[in-house]
Write a protein that binds this ligand. Structure first.
Ligand code: ADP
Ligand code: MG
Length: 166
């Protein structure tokens, strides 16, 4: 597991967090898993909205937390699968939910409330940890874990250069 371990980016508005999610998703290969951590209201869904822009999800399709469905698939140039585990009961059978199968596919997968998963089950992924500091600022830590994830960080670092405020 090599590569720059972690990159911290602060955003000062929802649009900046969206732009960050968009840049990150552009840098990621098909099949990449993005695990989002952070409290309610931290900005996980907003980040995924940016990922949806990068995937080419039509703007008229709303990207909201799929709280009642657990998993939502969006059409686009790239398929984006959006998972929200907030309501996942302890010990829920992820096999049954079909999460592992999805993680093995070509789609970009974003998982909110990734803390509900056993880290060992995640495999290679990009961890995105969002913290509210002084509202509206969010401190967002990006870190690559496992597999070819170190390479992702180099690509992400280049992509972030296009974000003027960073
Ligand atoms: P989560 O999915 O983590 O529960 P959401 O993305 O649904 O959180 O909501 C984040 C809320 O915080 C939104 O209402 C958004 O407008 C607000 N907000 C304020 N500042 C930011 C910021 N810098 N980044 C993201 N969201 C922000
Ligand atoms: Mg959410």
């Amino acid at each position: 597991m090599k590569g720059p371990a972690e990159r911290i980016a602060n955003t000062a508005s929802p649009e900046q967090t969206r732009a960050l999610g968009e840049a990150v998703a552009r840098a990621l290969p098909d099949g990449a898993l993005v695990a989002l951590f952070g409290d309610l209201g931290a900005g996980k869904t907003v980040f995924v909205q940016g990922m949806a822009r990068a995937a080419g999800v039509p703007p008229e399709i709303p990207v909201v937390s799929p709280t009642y469905t657990l998993i939502h698939e969006y059409p686009g140039q790239r398929t984006l699968i959006h998972v929200d585990l907030y309501r996942l009961a302890g010990g829920a059978d992820l096999e049954e939910i079909g999460l592992y199968e999805l993680m093995d596919g070509d789609a970009l997968v974003a998982v909110e409330w990734a803390e509900r998963l056993d880290p060992a089950d995640l495999g290679a992924h990009l961890s995105v940890r969002l913290k509210m500091t002084e509202d509206p600022v969010r401190e967002i830590a990006l870190g690559a874990v496992g597999g070819g994830a170190g390479e992702w960080m180099d690509r992400i670092a280049s992509a972030l250069k296009e974000l003027a405020w960073l």
